[in-house]
Design a protein around this ligand. Sequence first.
Ligand code: ADP
Ligand code: GLC
Length: 473
Amino acid sequence: MEIVHVAAECFPMAKAGGLGDVVGALPKYQALQGHIAKVVVPMHRTEFLYQQQWELVHEGSQYLGPQFFHYSVIKEKTNLLGFDLYLIDINGLLDREKIYGYPDDTERFIAFQNAVCDWINSWKHLPDIIHCHDHHTGLIPFLLQYGYDCKDRLAAIPSVFTVHNAQYAGAFDWQRKYLLPACDMLHWSLLDWHHQINPLAAAIKTAWKVTTVSPGYLLELRSSAAGLEKLFDHEKDKSVGILNGIDTDIWDPAHDPYLLFHYTVATVAAGKRKNKEELCRRFGLDPDRPLFCFIGRMVAEKAADLLPGAIAACVAAHPEKINFLILGSGENQIEQQLELLTGPLQDSVGVHIGYQEALSHVMYAGADFLLMPSRVEPCGLNQLYALRFGTIPVVRAVGGLKDTVKDMGDSGGFGIRFEQPSVEDILHAVSRAVALYYEAPATLQKLREQIMQIDHSWKSAATQYLQLYKSLK
Ligand code: ADP
Ligand code: GLC
């Protein structure tokens, strides 16, 4: 089969979070299973762009409202990632350093989607599947069916749309409909949700199949989806939850190039200890205490706003006995509150504000526990990386966290789960972890060995996606 993935991120070309990890890995595993997998993302000006060699494969032009634009499509020359990576360049619109966060993001992603459809329409043959990811590509399933320039050839291509995060819909006002490529006005209602043009809703209505990144999240979306609950419920028959995998080549404590000390199941105790000592040395923390890490976007979805209060409460409840290390960036107020903590609690708390791929790997390896109090977690990859590195996940039971972490109090369980995104529940969960660390080291060791062997590789998910694609042919 030939599958074209379209997204805003693809690791290592561009990553802001888990979307990048997934789009950088799933196609690789599809290619390994003998399929042709291609990925198309905007040409962001990231380091990767300058490090690789590219060839020009297509040039075209389109309109964004009254504005005529040229675009070019370049391809990474060496198949470095295990699949063909294509970048769309639109001068002045896509060639920027950040992936998101510009005032003209709506225009940027409409132009990107328009260029993607126009380019695929120029191919001599057609792909078997167009697989779009998140709202930045949500208009594509609609355009394939109803875009005047491409529908005659492309309407027959099955589209799959994966919801990685329904908190973001990319909605914009109907007054800006002139930005859209020319399309069949009779079907404009398919773009609408609550009197706005809503790319996420449009994709859910018009994609041939909708997937979410965990089965649990799919169920939750019917009652909690930032206003789209009724739509998810209405489209439930064409929707399926497929749990993400992880790229076990990249996330591998035995070979990770970011780690000074490699380890396997057989050497997990010594291996983690050495990585922890290195990490604690960097942040001035005592490596004999249990180390709790948080890695992620500092936003309400991740309940990062609870961290300052929760950390203060945990340190107060376990004075001299506990360490926290936080890596992330996001809302200024949360960042500042966390940084302020490092003054009075400098012996117990380390904070790094920013995005650092290398540090994140060392933290997964060196931490004893990974804390994820998320209010919303469609899948969550951090807990899967933690498992692979022998780090016990301490998670709120929601979405993909609920699907992947079993509480150690239950038969076969290995993590710590709590119900509410609240300081009280975090404190209780952390206290259970502290007791495990100090009072039951043999159990902790067994759990580490157990979790490192859980298989969350992409094999199963890649097979499920293929079955889904085949059902559409
Ligand atoms: P989300 O996509 O919602 O942010 P996921 O758990 O799916 O959450 O994936 C987050 C990904 O981003 C993981 O690979 C995690 O290690 C990484 N990550 C998040 N914040 C940072 C950061 N500040 N520095 C390095 N990596 C980060
Ligand atoms: C989103 C979700 C996260 C998920 C990731 C990859 O960013 O917030 O839970 O793991 O996408 O699918």
